[in-house]
Design a protein around this ligand. Structure first.
Ligand code: ATP
Length: 239
């Protein structure tokens, strides 16, 4: 479904991505890990249309997404959450979700018809705060609201950028179940970036390891854990 082919991205002299090739199938959860500065956010920004790759191509199904901008990606069903929350703080929680649903209705009406915004908000415990401005909600609720907003887009590809950041063990376990439920229900391709290796290992079908802009390994969690290059990068943190 998602295909990233030979993507490179430079910022001046910094090679943030070098010839990255990776794919993520429908209903697959792909983890994206790597040390600080490895290129994870750059890759996600390229996939979601925020950045134009210097080289290479990105497609979702038959649709070319390469350098066509975030609105085009959203219309094609690329949903994302951000490392630092990017809700519309003065809009109510419900309006934040509605905005995404309207985009879906315009461009993929049959997908939108299957999404019940109120039920979705209730499922994530947000029905009780639906009329509150998003910016006034506690952190944990804002994180959940970002996920619900991305789901209201009826995503074919969902990019979750550090969803477990700032969550306690209990919340991150809940989140792992939520991510798997999302996959089961939407059959979307999911890409999850996180520094919490326990979370990534427990939730992902496969993991792509980036270091200095290059793909070091793409494999199932067990093989990633045993990969000498990966162990070297993480200095034994894996076990
Ligand atoms: N807009 C930019 N301008 C210049 N350099 C950038 C820009 N964005 C990223 N970089 C550089 O590209 C490299 C990859 O950065 P990126 O943010 O993608 O890494 P990351 O793996 O997401 O890191 P982190 O885990 O810290 O979020 C880094 O060297 C970074 O300094």
């Amino acid at each position: 479904m998602l295909s990233v082919q030979g993507v490179s991205k430079s910022f001046g002299g910094v090679h943030a991505l070098r010839d990255v090739t990776v794919a993520c199938g429908a209903a697959e959860i792909l983890g994206l890990i790597g040390p600080n500065g490895a290129g994870k956010s750059t890759l996600v920004n390229a996939i979601s249309g925020v950045l134009r790759p210097s080289r290479g191509s990105i497609s979702l199904g038959d649709e070319d997404l390469t350098g066509r901008g975030p609105e085009h990606a959203a219309r094609q069903g690329v949903g994302r959450t951000f490392q630092n929350l990017r809700l519309f703080p003065f809009m109510t929680a419900r309006q934040n979700v509605e905005v995404a649903h309207i985009t879906c209705r315009r461009h993929r009406p049959e997908t939108a018809a299957a999404i019940d915004v109120d039920a979705l908000m209730a499922e994530y415990g947000l029905d009780v705060v639906a009329e509150r401005p998003a910016g006034t909600l506690p952190y944990g609720q804002q994180r959940r609201l970002e996920i619900v907003r991305a789901l209201a887009l009826g995503p074919r590809l969902l990019l979750l950028d550090e969803p477990a950041a700032g969550l306690n063990d209990y919340e991150s376990e809940e989140l792992a179940h939520a991510v798997q439920r999302i996959r089961d229900r939407t059959q979307a391709a999911l890409i999850v970036i996180d520094h919490d290796l326990r979370f990534i290992m427990s939730v992902c079908d496969r993991i792509c390891v980036l270091d200095m802009g290059e793909v070091v390994a793409i494999d199932v969690p067990g093989a990633i854990r045993a990969n000498p290059k990966v162990i070297d990068i993480y200095l034994g943190q894996m076990n």
